[in-house]
Structures are given as structure tokens and as C-alpha cells.
Design a protein around this ligand. Sequence first.
Ligand code: NAD
Length: 254
Amino acid sequence: TGRLSGKVALISGGAGGCGLAASELFAREGAKVGIVDLPKSKGGEIAAEIRAKGGQAVFAAAYVSVSAEVSAAVRTIEDAFGPITVLFNHAGILAVGPFLETEEAEWDRLMAVNVKSMFLMTKAVLPGMIGAGGGSIVCTSSISAVAATPMEVLYDTTKGACHMFARAIAVEFRDRGIRCNAVCPGFIATDHGNRELAGLSKYGVDVSEAAIAAQQGRMCDPMEVANAALFLASDESSFVNGTHLFVDNCFTAV
Ligand code: NAD
């Protein structure tokens, strides 16, 4: 029993940061969890730890921007647990730097890992999800989708795309029992969040104090993002569709 009992959840980026928090939380709440993360990640160990605690989890290594790897990972998880009914599109990376110094290759890489990944993953999962009678997709957007941060044109653009992807999928698939929402964190105490603050200060943008002040005194805890994703993933949010749930303690512009 649990808030996700009977669900099969695929979590991209499920071996690090908030994705790891979600992998553990979703398993504790009764989901069968498929962790998708980089081959070099700790996904295998994390899945084994979840199983050792009585949960159900498998690891499927994949680069989320590579179509064949995404399809193979989805197949691995479906073979283990049946159709995926919860998809947490969480994997994402960061780039910080002046717009005029942004290389084309970096632009393509961020668009691939942060945006194309959602297309590939969602397209691979939806047929099974629709066949299972419906499900819930949660995409990780950011405050960066609506509050531009200095030195982050590229990153902000990818998160703006995630923001609208979630809503557009909801509109197209709600007639088939699919919900799709976005969770939009502020600065989170993860590798990503810490790199972001360090990167910005390198360019003379003193955000560490301001950013933390914008969130009233502290960074967001990964579990606070995982808990918001849990609500959106579970049937408790059954009439919540196409929305953006901010987890930012009322962030005010840096
Ligand atoms: P993190 O860097 O701690 O973890 C990200 C995980 O994704 C890692 O386990 C990493 O191995 C995995 N990953 C990265 N690239 C991948 C790829 N190509 N294929 C498969 N897996 C890949 O990060 P986090 O803080 O949990 O952030 C991840 C998500 O949260 C991103 O979408 C990011 O944009 C978003 N976000 C983060 C913050 C923040 O301050 N940390 C704020 C808002 C939104």
C-alpha cells in the first residue's frame, strides 16, 4: 500500500539530486520504479538498495537525448514491471555563461538533454500508458522558465520549452486519461543547484545571497521537489492537469 501503489514509475535522472529523492520516495509509496540515468551513475546501486529495503526497482542506463537508448530503457522497464503509468521527466543539465560566448554545440546539447529528451521519453512511454487506461507525466521545469536569471539565456530557453511541453501534452492527451504537469523548483541544494550558484558568481553575478534571500533564507531540499512530484504523480491530483507547480517559497526575482 502507499500513495503510488499499483503504479509503474519511470524516473529520468533518477540516480541523482531530486531524481534520487523521487526514486526512493516513489518506491516507499508502493510504485515499481524504473530508474533511468547515465551508465556511469549509481543507478544500479540505488535500485539494489531499494530492493534490499523491500521495494521494487530496476536500473536502465540511457542517455535521455538518444532515441534508441530511450526506447531500450522503456522496454527494459516495461518488461520488468508492465506498462509505465507514471513518467517523471526529470533529467536535465545546466549552462551558465554570457550569451555571446555560447557555442552552437552547447546550445544543441542543452536543447537535446533538457527538451528533446522529454519528446523521446514521452513518445516512447505514451502508447503503453494509454493502453493501461491512463497515467500521469511530471516534467521538471524551473523558476527559470518564468524568471530569467542573468547568464542563463540557453538554460532559461530550455526550461521555457519544458513549461509549455507539459501543458501542450495535457491538452492533446487528456481525453485518453493522461495528465501532464510541470514541477518548477527554485534553487535546490543539489549538484546542479550548487554548480549554478558557483557558475553565476564566476561571472560576477552575486546570486548566492540574493537567490537564497529570494527563497526566504535557504535552498530548496531535494525531498521538497520529490514530494511535489509525488502529489502530481499520484491519483490525489486527479483533476490537476496542464499546470505548473512552483516549489520555490514564493521566489522573487534575483
Ligand atoms: P542533479 O544534477 O543533481 O541530477 C540530475 C541527474 O540527471 C543526475 O543523476 C545525472 O546523472 C542525470 N543526467 C544528466 N544528464 C543526463 C542524460 N543525458 N541522460 C540521463 N541522465 C542524465 O540535478 P537536480 O538538481 O536534481 O536537477 C535536475 C533537474 O532539475 C533538471 O531538469 C534541472 O533543470 C531541474 N532544476 C534544478 C534546479 C536546481 O537548482 N538544482 C532548479 C530548478 C530546476
